[in-house]
Design a binder for this molecule. Structure first.
Ligand SMILES: Cc1ncc(COP(=O)(O)O)c(C=O)c1O
Length: 391
């Protein structure tokens, strides 16, 4: 055990298990640990470090804003906050709307959940396998039994339906349903993509019953899949979109974006936050948006993602590769994802193993061709170590 590992164990709550490494610095898609070893970060802080580590545009924006006006509370407005809200509404591109800023994805979901209660209805329909956060509200909307059971009773009147099954959704939604909440691609489940017409069906079903369609793009949004927002691929117009993770490239921020009539459901006194909409976080997000645009990263994400998916699938020990852009999930031919992640780490690549058979990649959008080539070259060797030679 290193000195850091001992100090961590003695001073931090054991909610995450022992950390794999202690990281000390990063640059681009690379990080270095406390022993000086270098890694290609193919997880990007779990789909967060859109511009990689220590990107000059992000460093500059945060430094400039912090040296000008760091925090003000929501008794006051700041220009970055207003500009970011305007930019997000333009990106969602679904007409007039309003934004509530938070500090995390969970809090954006919490805001969305409270907003649904203001419809006068309480029933929410959510997909099995979906993940929306760990607060009592967000957990109530998250299906995983192991996460929920220790904290029951959670807020109720939530129905879970199989993800991707439009018929099941149609049966669950009634005139009492306030909202249907879906991830356009389920991230924590191991990157699960629904059928092409699923979101359109969800839109039709919710509209028929006067319910809100709420899309959680906390993981799939902000360029990760090669589109600003993954739901744009389906052409649907939601009522609520939640964002976080990559939005400010690693600076904590979340946003609950409500469109049309839903934008006015939360009224003075209904919700609040001390830090949400903080000018530094908003300036960081604006820098991320500007850089993605200026560097044409959406197009690049599509190309690099395809190259990665093709390369990963070429190995016979990979049975399926899913996802869009740089949100990639793959299934192994055996329950060996922990061994694969460990073998990858030992060779200098950070990947994630969300389920026993699934590997997830969500690297920085600035991942270079050299990084991709290095990983694809190492991939069969990683699988040899973790799973043995192909049969
Ligand atoms: C789709 C989705 N919603 C909500 C959350 C919760 O976000 P956070 O961890 O920032 O609270 C996550 C985190 O993984 C997520 O993937």
């Amino acid at each position: 055990m290193t000195d850091f590992a001992r100090r961590y164990a003695d001073s931090l709550m054991n909610t995450f298990g022992p950390p794999k490494l202690t990281l000390v610095r990063g640059a681009g898609a690379h990080v270095w640990d406390s022993e000086g070893a270098e890694y290609v970060d193919l997880l990007g802080g779990i789909a967060v470090n859109a511009l990689g580590h220590a990107h000059p545009a992000l460093v500059q924006a945060v430094t400039d804003q912090l040296s000008t006006l760091g925090h003000i509370s929501n008794f006051f407005a700041s220009e970055p906050q207003i500009e970011l809200a305007e930019r997000l509404l333009a990106l969602v591109d679904a007409g007039p709307g309003k934004v509530f800023f938070t500090n995390s994805g969970t809090e954006a979901v919490e805001a969305g959940f409270k907003l649904t209660r203001r419809t006068g209805r309480t029933h929410v329909v959510v997909a099995e396998g979906g993940f929306h956060g760990r607060s009592m509200g967000a957990l109530a909307l998250t299906s995983k039994e192991a996460y929920r059971a220790p904290f029951e009773p959670l807020p109720g009147h939530v129905t879970f339906v199989p993800f991707g099954d439009a018929e099941a959704l149609a049966s669950a939604v009634t005139g009492e349903t306030a909202a249907v909440l879906l991830e356009p691609i389920q991230g924590e489940a191991g990157v699960v993509v629904p059928p092409d017409d699923y979101l359109a069906a969800a839109r039709r079903i919710t509209s028929e019953h006067g319910a809100l369609l709420w899309l959680d793009e906390i993981q799939s949004g902000m360029g990760r899949t090669g589109l600003w927002l993954e739901h744009h691929r389906s052409g649907v117009t939601p009522d609520v979109v939640t964002l976080a993770k990559g939005l400010a490239g690693g600076f904590p921020i979340g946003a609950c974006v409500a469109l049309g009539a839903a934008a006015d459901l939360l009224q003075p006194g209904n919700h609040g936050t001390t830090f949400g909409g903080n000018p530094v976080a908003c300036a960081a997000a604006l820098a991320v948006l500007r850089t993605i645009e200026a560097q044409g990263l959406l197009e690049r994400v599509t190309l690099v993602g395809q190259k990665l998916r093709d390369g990963l699938l070429a190995d016979p020990r990979v049975t399926e590769v899913r996802g869009e852009g740089l949100l990639i999930g793959l299934d192994l031919s055996a329950d060996a994802s922990a061994e694969v992640a460990a073998a990858a780490l030992a060779r200098g690549f950070i990947v994630n193993n969300p389920t026993p058979r699934r590997i997830r990649l969500a690297p920085p959008l600035v991942l270079t061709d050299d990084d991709v080539d290095a990983f694809l070259t190492a991939w069969p060797l990683i699988l040899d170590v973790a799973m043995g030679a192909p049969t």
